[in-house]
Design a protein around this ligand. Structure first.
Ligand code: H2B
Length: 101
């Protein structure tokens, strides 16, 4: 079944449990800072594994000590759906072990 677009209120309710995540230009976004470039790259690899498990993929930007994520659901016309929320929750739970903040 195709994922349904979330309403603004549903997005806001879910964002309340996703510290640092926000809605930016219609995409769910978060930027993390890490202790080194290698730590940032390791987070990218970890997120890539999560994304393949979920079959849902964000645009990822690797900087010197930063990782930027931006996601929406292409198959829902670029809307925010629970697939985006599920990915953000998995990343939220995985990031602290990398020292991401
Ligand atoms: C065929 C495959 O299921 C789709 O292309 C998946 C892959 N990853 C995806 N990622 C995102 N962000 N949106 C999608 O609609 C999507 N669809």
């Amino acid at each position: 079944m195709a994922a349904e677009p979330l309403s603004q209120k549903e997005i806001e309710d879910r964002l309340a449990e996703l510290p640092g995540w926000s809605l930016d230009d219609g995409r769910l976004t978060r930027s993390y800072r890490l202790d080194s470039h290698f730590a940032a790259a390791a987070l990218v690899v970890h997120v890539a594994r999560i994304q393949d498990e979920l079959n849902h993929h964000a645009e990822i930007t690797l900087g010197y000590d930063t990782v930027g994520l931006a996601v929406s659901t292409h198959s829902a016309g670029g809307a925010i759906t629970d697939l985006d929320i599920a990915l953000a929750r998995r990343v939220r739970d995985a990031a602290p072990a990398h020292g991401a903040r």
